[in-house]
Design a protein around this ligand. Structure first.
Ligand code: OAD
Length: 235
């Protein structure tokens, strides 16, 4: 089984800014204000506006999967045809992996095009702006919808499935992530301890680069398809 972890770098060439690069989403932004439960309780409008802007950006017709997303979908299909498995775990909240055709996919940090009701717990597709007046279609409670995004201090989604997969993968590949945010930043060590080979594909050496056995550096749209071609033996 091949375990692939992706981060904001894979979507950068699709027109979605990363977090920590120059001009990234966290530049000039206080993370505590817009990406924590406390920030939301203190100033819900500010947090809703921050994610409304990001949702609108994702829905811009110019934003589309790039060659790296497409290569990972191609890898999954080809490996599945041979009876193997590729699991894609993404920290990204965009929908570019699914639009490229990836199926075995877990969004560990939530999804931009979904909202969650804090009253009844229902998770639903949501493509418009979210406001304090938005009404939950499931329980009809007003003012209790929030972005379906995992904030700092909250537990990422699908952790039991992810831990199980890290224990049984033979290859762990990280694509376009800076290695700043745990638990994702620690996955490489868990996979390695379980006996997996490890590879980093990123624009530059990440914070955790020394934990990987191998690394290839450059733009995702170039290095990811090249690596996939290599794995599939030119298939
Ligand atoms: P970061 O912004 O921290 O890191 C993006 C990484 O992608 C950096 O190492 C860049 O060098 C690299 N990169 C940029 N452009 C690239 C390109 N064209 N091709 C390949 N690599 C490129 O983003 P993440 O590591 O994804 O969490 O951030 C992790 C989490 O921190 C996010 O999921 C988000 C954030 O706070 C939440 O919102 C919960």
């Amino acid at each position: 089984m091949i375990f692939i972890l992706t981060g904001a770098g894979i979507s950068q060439e699709s027109g979605i800014p990363t977090f920590r690069d120059a001009g990234g989403l966290w530049e000039g932004e206080n993370v505590e204000d817009v990406a924590t439960p406390r920030g939301f309780a203190r100033n819900p409008d500010r947090v809703l506006d921050f994610y409304n802007a990001r949702r609108r950006n994702l829905l811009d017709p110019a934003v589309a999967p790039n060659a790296a997303h497409q290569a990972l979908a191609r890898l999954e299909a080809a490996v599945a045809a041979r009876g193997g498995e590729v699991l894609l775990v993404t920290q990204n909240v965009d929908n570019l992996h699914e639009r490229a055709g990836s199926k075995n996919l877990l969004h560990m940090h939530g999804e931009m095009l979904k909202a969650r009701c804090q009253l009844c717990g229902e998770v639903m597709r949501w493509e418009g702006d979210l406001t304090r007046q938005s009404v939950c279609p499931s329980c009809a409670g007003p003012g209790r919808l929030r972005p379906h995004i995992v904030w700092f201090e909250e537990m990422p989604l699908y952790m039991p499935e992810i831990e199980q997969a890290l224990n049984r993968c033979r290859l762990f590949v990280s694509v376009g992530t800076s290695g700043n945010v745990y638990p994702a930043a620690g996955f490489v060590s868990l996979a390695r301890r379980a006996g997996a080979d490890t590879l980093e594909l990123n624009l530059e050496r990440s914070l955790g680069a020394s934990r990987f056995r191998d690394g290839r550096y450059g733009k995702a749209s170039a290095i990811v398809p090249a690596w996939v071609d290599e794995v599939l033996g030119g298939q």
